[in-house]
Design a protein around this ligand. Structure first.
Ligand SMILES: Nc1ncnc2c1ncn2[C@@H]1O[C@H](COP(=O)(O)OP(=O)(O)O)[C@@H](O)[C@H]1O
Ligand SMILES: [Mg+2]
Length: 366
């Protein structure tokens, strides 16, 4: 197993940069997920680690070795792709052991490792089948088995669950996590799905347009997003944003919306002193808007009128507009809620994020 180090890694295609100098340190045993919208450079970054793309500039190290000029086969990595890439004419067993046989590994050792791998993946009963006789989830497991049996220093995954239906995706997600708990090989996992990223990762790397926006453990990403982009990307439904003018009254700051609604902001004076009087973006998560005042929710009241109402069972999503901007609240189930219902919503000042209009950087936080 090994740590991975990316120093100022750049990828350009024909002079056009798609990855803009990425720095990333992945610890031995760590499970790191690269997440971001389609086209942001996740696969390119992963493929540079794998050696499937050349590195235009910068350096990549796996363990103590600089791997820039090493072939994929020399990097001690195993990669699992979205489309599994199994040999259709080979049995499961032969697919899994193919690489070891190619390396002339002794037969006894191949058998021992096959038995162990099949046990971890729970596919002992499938070993004689051909890939076409397997379900999508089973094929996914075989693809993982082929990677695991080589006992590589690093696992690389590129959207491995994207071809599975929703239910199987959730199941395989849990299995991948359990396998990593059992065999903690350093892993870099690429997905566009923020829930997959949050549930799997020790640390999440949020990418946007070829750059890293933030690297943090899942809970910190949710609680303390570094930028408006991260704040909007992590969480479902996403954070609501509305512009406001920052007003200062002694040590208390508030944001005044275009319709005159005044929202008290957390008392973190130093963060806001520079932007007093300016227009900022406020962010409020749907789950932080609650109907009816709770004890500590001071004066932050938003007079909403329910638009579209979406009952989810456990809770209900209510669409509304706040100062002319579309927003969503996640509220407890309420059978009497209809389009047009007057709905006062309350938000704790501590749950309001403030972003710089120009840079998108978060102004609130420790
Ligand atoms: N072979 C290529 N030639 C030119 N541009 C490419 C090539 N491969 C990827 N790109 C561009 O690089 C950017 C990042 O792509 P990619 O890493 O596949 O994104 P992601 O995996 O995050 O969806 C995209 O804008 C894509 O169009
Ligand atoms: Mg991709």
């Amino acid at each position: 197993m090994a740590a991975i180090e990316l120093n100022k890694v750049v990828k350009a295609y024909g002079g056009v940069r798609t990855v803009h100098g990425i720095d990333l340190s992945i610890k031995d045993h760590e499970f790191v997920v690269l997440v971001g919208p389609s086209g942001c450079g996740k696969s390119t970054t992963l493929r540079m680690i794998a050696g499937l793309e050349t590195i235009t500039d910068g350096e990549i190290k796996i363990g103590e070795r600089r791997v820039n000029d090493l072939l994929p086969g020399e990097r001690d990595i195993a990669m699992v792709f979205q489309n599994y890439a199994l040999y259709p004419h080979l049995s499961v067993e032969d697919n899994i052991t193919f690489g070891l046989r190619l390396k002339k590994t002794p037969r006894g050792e191949i058998q021992t490792r096959l038995t162990e791998t099949a046990r971890i993946l729970d596919i002992e009963h499938l070993l004689k089948r051909k890939p076409r006789q397997l379900s999508g989830g089973q094929r996914q497991r075989v693809a993982m088995g082929r990677a695991m049996i080589r006992n590589p220093a690093v696992f690389l995954f590129d959207e491995p669950l994207s071809n599975l239906d929703a239910k199987l995706r959730v199941q395989m997600r849990a299995e991948i996590k359990q396998i990593h708990e059992a065999v903690p090989t350093t892993t870099v996992y690429v997905t566009h799905d923020q829930i997959e990223a949050m549930t799997l990762a020790d640390r999440v790397v949020v990418m946007n347009a070829g750059r890293i926006e933030q690297i943090a453990p899942p809970q910190e990403l949710y609680l303390r997003p570094a930028t408006k982009f991260v704040a909007g990307f992590i969480g479902s439904p996403g954070m609501n944003f509305v512009s406001a003018t920052l007003e200062r009254n002694a040590d208390q700051f508030s944001g005044v919306l275009s319709d005159g609604t005044r929202l008290e902001l957390p008392g973190d004076v130093t963060r806001f002193a520079d932007v007093a009087g300016q227009v900022v973006d406020l962010g409020i998560r749907p789950e932080h808007l609650s109907p009816g005042a709770k004890g500590d929710q001071s004066g932050n009241r938003i007079n909403a009128t329910a638009g579209l109402v979406e009952p989810l069972g456990m809770d209900t999503l209510v669409h509304f507009t706040i100062a002319g901007t579309k927003a969503v609240a996640r509220v407890p189930p309420d059978g009497s809620l209809r389009r047009g219902t007057e709905l006062p919503l309350f938000v704790d000042p501590q749950d309001i994020y403030v972003f710089d209009r120009q840079s998108g950087d978060t102004l609130h936080g420790e």
